[in-house]
Design a protein around this ligand. Structure first.
Ligand code: AMP
Ligand code: ZN
Ligand code: FE
Ligand code: FE
Length: 273
C-alpha cells in the first residue's frame, strides 16, 4: 500500500470531535501509515496517542498548531518533530492556556451582551476547560441552541474576525512562537498559507525563520499546490501537508484527504535538529 502521512489534524484536546484514541483508530481505518496530531496550542493528546499508536503500528510525529499574530493578522504555525516536554515550549503552552481562558471569558461576555447567554458548563464537557476551548466550540453551542443553523453561520455572524463576538485575546508574536519551536528542536511550518490574504504580510512571512510551508491541504487545488511548492523550492523549505481534520466540527474534511509521501515525511524526520 502507498505510504501516506497526514500531518495536520485535531482531537478533543483542542477543537476536534474525535478523542486521541478515536483519531488513531480512524487513521488506521483510512489507511494512513503515519500521523501528526496538530492540536491548537496544546500537546495534551500525545499522552494517550503515543502508547496506542505504538500498539496499532501507526507512526506518530510530534506536532502542534500554534496561534500567533503578525501586525494584527492571525497566523497559524505548525510545529513538528520537537521535544514534547521541552520547558521553553511548555512555558509557551502555559501562556496559551491563560490566553484562551481570558479570551474565552471575554467571548462569553460579548455573546451574553448580544442576548445569547451561554454557561461555562454548556461549553466545557468532560475534562475540557476554558483553556482548551476554541471558537468552533462556541459555534457548536450557538447551533445547538438554534441561534444559527450552521457552524459556518456562527463564524459569519458572530465569531469571525471583526464580528461582534470576536475577541483575539493576548497577541503572541511569530518570533516568540518560532523561538519556542526551535528551542524544542522542532521545525516550524506556515500552516494553510492561502488564508493569509494580505500579500504584504505574506511576503514578510517569507523572510522569517520558517523551515517549511504547508503545500498540500484539504481545500487546495492544483494551482495552490504549485504556488506553494514553488515557494518551498525557492526558499529551500520543507514541504508538508495534511487534511486539517476536525471530525464533525468541520464537515466535509476527511482524515487523510491530504497527505505527504514517504520521502517528504522522512525529510521532516531527518531535518530534526
Ligand atoms: P480559535 O483557535 O479558537 O481562534 O479557533 C480557530 C479555529 O476555528 C480554526 O482552526 C478553524 O478550525 C475554525 N474556524 C475559523 N474560521 C472559521 C470559519 N469561518 N468557519 C468555520 N470554522 C472556522
Ligand atoms: Zn481548529
Ligand atoms: Fe489553522
Ligand atoms: Fe488546524
Amino acid at each position: 500500500m502507498e505510504f501516506r502521512a497526514d500531518l495536520h489534524c485535531h482531537t478533543t484536546a483542542s477543537d476536534g470531535s474525535f478523542t486521541p484514541q478515536e483519531l488513531i483508530h480512524h487513521a488506521i481505518e483510512v489507511g494512513l501509515q503515519a500521523l501528526s496530531i496538530t492540536d491548537h496550542d496544546t500537546v495534551d493528546a500525545y499522552k494517550q496517542a503515543i502508547p496506542l499508536a505504538k500498539e496499532v503500528g501507526l507512526e506518530l510525529m510530534p506536532g502542534i498548531e500554534l496561534s500567533s499574530s503578525h501586525r494584527g493578522v492571525p497566523v497559524h504555525i505548525l510545529g513538528y518533530n520537537f521535544i514534547l516536554d521541552h520547558p521553553v515550549l511548555q512555558a509557551l503552552l502555559k501562556k496559551h492556556g491563560h490566553r484562551r481562558t481570558d479570551r474565552n471569558t471575554k467571548i462569553l461576555e460579548k455573546l451574553a451582551s448580544l442576548g445569547f447567554p451561554i454557561k461555562e458548563e454548556e461549553l466545557c464537557h468532560g475534562e475540557t476547560t476554558l483553556q482548551n476551548i476554541g471558537r468552533p466550540h462556541f459555534a457548536l453551542v450557538l447551533k445547538e441552541k438554534g441561534i444559527v443553523d450552521s457552524i459556518q453561520k456562527a463564524f459569519k455572524l458572530y465569531l469571525g474576525e471583526g464580528k461582534p463576538a470576536y475577541e483575539p485575546g493576548e497577541l503572541i508574536s511569530i518570533e516568540e512562537t518560532l523561538n519556542a519551536i526551535h528551542e524544542a528542536q522542532g521545525l516550524a511550518v506556515i500552516a494553510h498559507p492561502h488564508l493569509i490574504l494580505k500579500q504584504s504580510i505574506f511576503r514578510q512571512l517569507l523572510d522569517m525563520n520558517f523551515d517549511g510551508i504547508e503545500c498540500y491541504y484539504s481545500r487546495f487545488d492544483k494551482a495552490h499546490n504549485d504556488k506553494f511548492l514553488k515557494i518551498a523550492k525557492s526558499k529551500n523549505w520543507l514541504v508538508t501537508g495534511g487534511s486539517d481534520f476536525h471530525g464533525t466540527i468541520k464537515p466535509g474534511v476527511n482524515l487523510g484527504c491530504s497527505w505527504v509521501s514517504y520521502e517528504l515525511f522522512n525529510l521532516l524526520k531527518k531535518e530534526h535538529l
